[in-house]
Design a protein around this ligand. Structure first.
Ligand code: C2E
Ligand code: CA
Ligand code: CA
Ligand code: CA
Length: 272
């Protein structure tokens, strides 16, 4: 116990912290984590606003031995190309957990994973997913992939072809971080999304200034396209009440649960 205390103490020294934030060091840490099983997944539930049931868990990657957030290390992984291998690790792990989840809970609970633009170059990823899904005997419909708008804007045709291959398998696509990008909505004609996730920033800004009508109209617009809507980053009862009034379909946020490791989330699901 004393040793681990000392390690923590060392880690939190300001100079160490700065050193660790250096991109080159993060790259090293990521390479080592790939070799030495240094990543883990946490899961955060999306709760159905009407039934109160958990329907989907979003997989969020963590480094086991460092307090560097994915907001920091994912961009480094993307720049260095390591994201390809990291995403494959996430995919494999999440599919294994999905199999356990569906067996244990005997339901068609879904797991969603995040997708980076660089993965459009990983053409064999589609086979990789297919093989893992089959090996673990899970339904393709129970896997969801979260895509941000920026991915669609920069390489539109390539992205459309790629994503259509995923939906052809039966995999679901969620439009992630809506409200942070260009929001052209044009691509909704070419790609069949199953869900839209409104970014935390949008939720905060609109609900804070009591601009519920804007959220309301946005949700109505998506509903007219038969797209269910998830609100991300919901923290307060006040936000929750307003989102219910606006007919928001799912809530993901600290108000229900922070991201938890698999064994914890499995227990938590029944308590929500
Ligand atoms: P994201 O995809 O938008 O994921 C949601 C983020 O919001 C998560 O941060 C989650 O912990 C956080 N969050 C959820 N509810 C609340 C809330 O009520 N309040 C606040 N303040 N935050 C909330 P996290 O896990 O730190 O991940 C940050 C970003 O890193 C993710 O944003 C995603 O873009 C990226 N990321 C995480 N895991 C992966 C992964 O496996 N692959 C890829 N490519 N990116 C990932
Ligand atoms: Ca996401
Ligand atoms: Ca998001
Ligand atoms: Ca985000």
């Amino acid at each position: 116990a004393k040793e681990s205390y000392n390690q923590d103490y060392l880690f939190y020294q300001p100079d160490m912290f700065n050193k660790i934030k250096n991109k080159q060091d993060i790259r090293k840490i990521l390479r080592l984590a790939l070799k030495n099983n240094g990543f883990k997944l946490k899961y955060q539930p999306q709760v159905n606003t009407k039934t109160g049931n958990v329907e989907t868990l979003e997989a969020l990657i963590r480094l086991k031995n460092y307090s560097i957030s994915p907001a920091e290390f994912i961009p480094v992984a993307e720049e260095s190309g390591l994201i390809i291998e990291i995403s494959r690790w996430v995919t494999k792990r999440a599919i294994k957990d999905l199999a356990v989840l569906n067996k244990k809970k005997n339901k068609s609970l879904k797991i969603s994973i995040n997708f980076s633009v660089q993965q459009l170059n990983d053409l064999d990823y589609i086979n990789f997913i297919e093989e893992n899904m089959r090996a673990n005997k899970v339904n393709f419909e129970n896997l969801e992939i979260e895509i941000t708008e920026s991915l669609l804007i920069h390489q539109e045709q390539k992205a459309i072809n790629y994503l259509n291959q995923l939906t052809d398998l039966g995999i679901k696509l969620a439009l992630d971080d809506f409200g942070t990008g260009y929001s052209s909505l044009n691509y909704l004609t070419y790609i069949s999304f199953s869900k839209v996730k409104l970014d935390k920033i949008l939720i905060e800004e609109f609900l804070e200034y009591d601009n519920i009508n804007t959220i309301d109209s946005l949700i109505s617009l998506f509903h007219s396209m038969e797209l269910p809507v998830v609100a991300e980053g919901v923290e307060t009862e006040k936000q929750l009440a307003k989102l219910k009034t606006a007919n928001c379909d799912y809530i993901q946020g600290y108000i229900f649960s922070k991201p938890l490791v698999f064994s914890q989330i499995i227990e938590k699901i029944d308590q929500l």
